[in-house]
Each structure stands twice: as structure tokens, then as C-alpha cells.
Write a protein that binds this ligand. Structure first.
Ligand code: F6P
Length: 521
């Protein structure tokens, strides 16, 4: 069965790639290469007029088929409806949600155009996997054109309760199109439960748990918490100690013996960057003995800068960092460094490894892969501590982190202090459990698990447990995960981690816990 992946952006692999592809792109490429397949979506470029042309590039047994957007499409479909209406709404930011009918029309228009082009490329046996909120109505458009293949959707960001979704004009019409999918994947049980609730209360669907019936169609809604390439990241971080890439070496030299707290996020208001800077300032004010002994490095590559709310965040973060540095800094110590550029995965792995605290405090996040990367990068003999927002999907799995409410700057400030002062035995205990969890549910696990379910087989209760999931949704993120992170057992020394992870692609069942054998097709 050939795999067809569809996502908003498609990056055609390039041997001269400067910034290495992210974990998800690598995993999807791998899944495509294993089966042979097609990856369809926007090239990322804008061209004049109506750019309906599809460019196809063949790499081994994978075909990349991309199309440009017109400037009007980029404005309405991408910047407008996707990122000024759906993005804030899905992140519970009703006050920032800007709805324009013309944007919605543009969004539907691009989905229709993608469906038209894609329908001509699909073969009868193809398994179709569509990604993210830009493309919600794509399956309905494909069905309208007679496509009967199994079609799955994965939603990478949060899905809020029906009352929030309901504020969006035409929301019932939009989410009803979900019924065109055979399988809808969500990051967490809470998201899955919210979507099912919306399909029932806003669209009149009927449900018997995980399946929703709307008209003649039945759709399965399940949680598949996304993972990272744990082994790849661990290797990059371990190598950084020896190789010391330029930015890492410079960081080491400029920090000296000082401790490092790190944050890495796209410059996006959902990530809580400004609130995090304020919390770090509060930590330094409340604990003056720490001044001069620790710095915060916030890496924040700019994103969606044409959207006014992002431009405002750019200004605000500069203002807050500048004010705190001026108030709290010394001639030989800068408390906060905000670096607004993207680094390679290799450089990031080195930064994570050097940092005693990983500060991951989004106001709301689908999963947050930085939390997992930070753990993967740690030295098992002397690991750092993860401070994690209870509103990141990752908190549902990673209960051994210090879980905080990012709206409470005092709580975040105290968690930073607790993390910096945590005894080594306690750090190792938490790290071991977190590492075992992320290794058992890495990106390879996620891809296989999803595709297994999409091709018709149901994941077992045991495989759900490996993901830190239970059949019943949890009441709240704060309770979530504690004591459940040991779904897989991994020996946590550097050598031991290596041994366990060496089997993580393809033969993990022997080394990582027999329950994982169940998810291997
Ligand atoms: O996680 C949500 C998401 O929209 C992804 O689909 C995308 O890769 C990432 O954020 C970056 O967004 P953009 O493509 O708008 O720069």
C-alpha cells in the first residue's frame, strides 16, 4: 500500500540543506521511503497570478508534488483563516481570533484546489495521511471527487472544547467535514474528547466512545502523542560534548561556570515567551543570591511575522528582555539573552545538554517537542531538570517534570529555583523515567502506531499505555502522568541508553519492553 502524505508545507530534500529537517519531516520521509509514496503540499513559495501548476520531483521511491500559492491565497488561506482564526481559537485565545469571511472562502478555495490536483495523483490502494489545521476540509473535498481510499488526519495543535470552537462562524460546517476521514488523530485524550464532544453537540453526531457517526460515515477519533527521534537527538547531544560546534563553544566560553536555563520556541504567543522572561525576572528578584550565577538563553526564531500579533510579540519580547537586563544585570553578567534566529538541530542539542534547566512553559501547546528533545539531550550521569507547563500536551505524559501553571509567574519562578537546587539523585530518578517514556513512544512508534490504525488495525490497550494514555480521559493535566512514565524500562547510563536506543528502529521489542512488539506491523 503506497503512502500519500499531505501537509501545508513540503520541503523537498536537498543535499545542500543548511538547516537540517526537523524530526517530523525526517520520520514522514522515512515512512514514505519504506512504502514508496507521494508527499503533496505548498512549496512555501508565492507566485504571480493563479499558480495552479504542480511541480513533481522524484527522490528514490518518493515523489514530492508541490504547488505555489498566489499572494491572495497566502493572505486568506495561510495568514488569514489558518493563522489568525484557527490558530488562536485552537489555542484558547478567543480574544486574538480574527474571522473574515473572505479568509474563510480563501481557505476553502485552497483546500478545493489541493483536492483537485491530488485526486488526479491518487491510486486506488493508496493510504492518505493529511496533516494539520490548514487542511481540515481536504478529505471532504477528495470524497466529493470520488476518492474512496482510507484517509487519515492528524491534528498537531490543541483541540478546544465545543464552547470555544462554537465561537468561530461556520464552525459546525467546518468540523462536520471531519466525518470524511476514517481516522482522526489528536495529540492527547483531552483533545480527542473535545473533538468528539464538538461533533456530537455542534453537528448532531452519535458516539459510542472513540467512534463518531455522522450521516452515513463513521470516524474513529484517537490520541496518538507525537514523539521525537530520541536516539538521533541523544547522539547529537553526546557528540556536541566532543565536537563543540561554534555557537556551543562560544556559549561555554561566555558562561564560564554559570548555570544555564534554556528556552527554545518559535516566536509565537502560544509559547509564553514573554511570561517566561517575566518569571525569570521574578526568580532573580526573589532570590538575589542567584544573581550572577545563572543566565537564561531564549532561542526564538521569528515566525509568521506578517501577522500583526506576531510582530507585536517580537517588539514586546525585546522590551521585556531589555528592561529586565537593565534592572537586574551587572557589567559582567547579562541575565537574559534572547536570540531571534534558527539554529541547526546539532547546535540545539548542544545547548540543551549544557543547560541545567529546560524551561518549557507554553500557555497552550499541542504536544511540545522541545520538552522531549531536552530530555533526550541530557547526560544520564548528571541530567538537567525539565520545567513544563501543564498546558502542553507533553505534560500528560511527562509527569516527572516539574509541572507548572505558566499563568502563575511565582510558581514558575519557584520551579526554576527548585530545579537549580535539585540533588543529583533526584534529577537522575526523574530523568530515567522521562527518558524511558520518550524512548518508548518515539517518532518511529508514533508513525507506525498511526499507520497501523489507519490501515484498519486497532492499537491494543497496551500500546496506548506505552504512550502514557489511558482509555478514560484524565480530569486534569496536573495529575496526569505521575507514576505512569515507566511504561518502558530503559537502562539510563549513557552506555545503557545507547544500548537500548540502538534497537529503537525496528527491533526495540527485544530491548525496550515486550509490549512494543504489539505495535510492529
Ligand atoms: O505545529 C503547528 C505548525 O503549524 C506546523 O504545522 C508547522 O510546521 C509549524 O507550526 C510552523 O508553522 P508555519 O508553517 O506557519 O511556519
Amino acid at each position: 500500500m503506497r503512502l500519500v502524505v499531505v501537509s501545508n508545507r513540503v520541503t523537498i530534500p536537498d543535499r545542500h540543506e543548511k538547516v537540517m529537517a526537523g524530526g517530523l519531516a525526517v520520520a514522514l520521509r522515512e515512512a514514505l521511503e519504506q512504502r514508496g509514496g507521494l508527499w503533496f503540499g505548498w512549496s512555501g513559495a508565492v507566485s504571480e497570478g493563479s499558480p495552479t501548476q504542480i511541480r513533481q520531483v522524484q527522490h528514490g521511491n518518493v515523489t514530492y508534488a508541490v504547488t505555489d500559492l498566489s499572494e491572495a491565497e497566502r493572505q486568506s488561506y495561510y495568514l488569514g483563516f489558518s493563522n489568525r482564526a484557527l490558530w488562536p481559537l485552537m489555542h484558547y485565545r478567543l480574544g486574538l481570533t480574527e474571522f473574515q469571511r473572505s479568509d474563510y472562502m480563501g481557505y476553502l478555495g485552497v483546500n478545493r484546489r489541493f483536492a483537485r490536483a491530488l485526486a488526479g495523483l491518487i491510486k486506488p490502494d493508496d493510504l492518505i495521511w493529511i496533516h494539520d489545521y490548514h487542511l481540515i476540509p481536504l478529505a471532504a473535498e477528495l470524497r466529493r471527487r470520488g476518492v474512496t481510499n482510507r484517509i487519515g488526519y492528524f491534528h498537531h495543535i490543541p483541540w478546544p472544547a465545543a464552547e470555544v470552537i462554537d465561537a468561530l462562524p461556520f464552525s459546525a460546517t467546518l468540523i462536520r467535514t471531519m466525518a470524511a476521514y476514517d481516522l482522526v488523530g489528536m495529540q492527547t485524550e483531552v483533545d480527542a474528547r473535545n473533538l468528539i464532544g464538538g461533533l456530537v453537540s455542534l453537528c448532531g453526531g452519535r458516539t459510542d466512545g472513540r467512534r463518531v457517526r455522522l450521516g452515513s460515515r463513521e470516524t474513529s477519533v484517537q490520541a496518538f502523542p507525537i514523539g521525537i527521534d530520541v536516539e538521533g537527538f541523544r547522539k547529537l547531544a553526546a557528540a556536541s560534548v566532543r565536537q563543540a560546534a561554534t555557537p556551543l563553544r562560544a556559549t561555554r566560553e561566555s558562561l564560564g561556570e554559570r548555570k544555564l536555563v534554556i528556552g527554545v520556541d518559535r516566536l509565537d504567543y502560544s509559547k509564553g515567551i514573554v511570561q517566561r522572561l517575566e518569571a525569570f525576572g521574578e526568580f532573580l528578584r526573589n532570590h538575589p543570591e542567584e544573581r550572577g550565577r545563572v543566565s537564561l538563553l531564549q532561542v526564538a526564531p521569528p515566525s509568521r511575522s506578517d501577522v500583526p500579533e506576531y510582530a507585536e510579540l517580537d517588539r514586546q519580547s525585546d522590551e521585556v528582555a531589555g528592561r529586565l537586563n537593565a534592572q537586574l544585570g551587572e557589567f559582567d553578567w547579562t541575565p537574559i539573552r534572547v536570540v531571534k534566529k534558527a539554529y541547526s538541530r546539532k547546535a540545539l542539542a548542544g545547548f540543551y545538554r549544557r543547560a541545567q534547566v529546560g524551561l518549557v512553559t507554553p500557555m497552550r501547546d499541542g504536544m511540545n517537542l522541545v520538552a522531549k528533545e531536552y530530555i533526550a539531550a541530557q547526560n544520564p550521569a548528571d541530567p538537567g531538570v525539565l520545567v513544563l507547563s501543564r498546558f502542553a500536551g507533553a505534560a500528560q505524559q511527562m509527569g516527572e517534570a516539574l509541572i507548572v501553571n505558566p499563568f502563575d509567574s511565582h510558581e514558575v519562578a519557584e520551579a526554576i529555583r527548585t530545579a537549580l537546587a535539585m540533588p543529583k539523585t533526584e534529577r537522575i530518578r526523574r530523568f530515567e523515567r522521562l527518558y524511558a517514556l520518550i524512548a518508548a513512544t518515539d517518532i518511529d512508534w508514533w508513525t507506525r502506531q498511526y499507520l497501523l490504525a489507519l490501515s484498519g488495525d486497532k492499537p491494543s490497550a497496551e500500546t496506548l499505555a506505552a504512550g502514557g494514555l489511558r482509555k478514560e480521559p484524565r480530569a486534569g493535566a496536573r495529575r496526569a502522568g505521575r507514576g505512569e512514565a515507566s511504561a518502558a524500562s530503559s537502562p539510563p547510563s549513557e552506555a545503557g541508553v545507547g544500548k537500548m536506543s540502538a534497537g529503537s528502529r525496528g527491533k526495540r521489542s527485544a530491548a525496550g519492553g515486550s509490549h512494543l512488539a504489539l505495535v510492529r506491523p
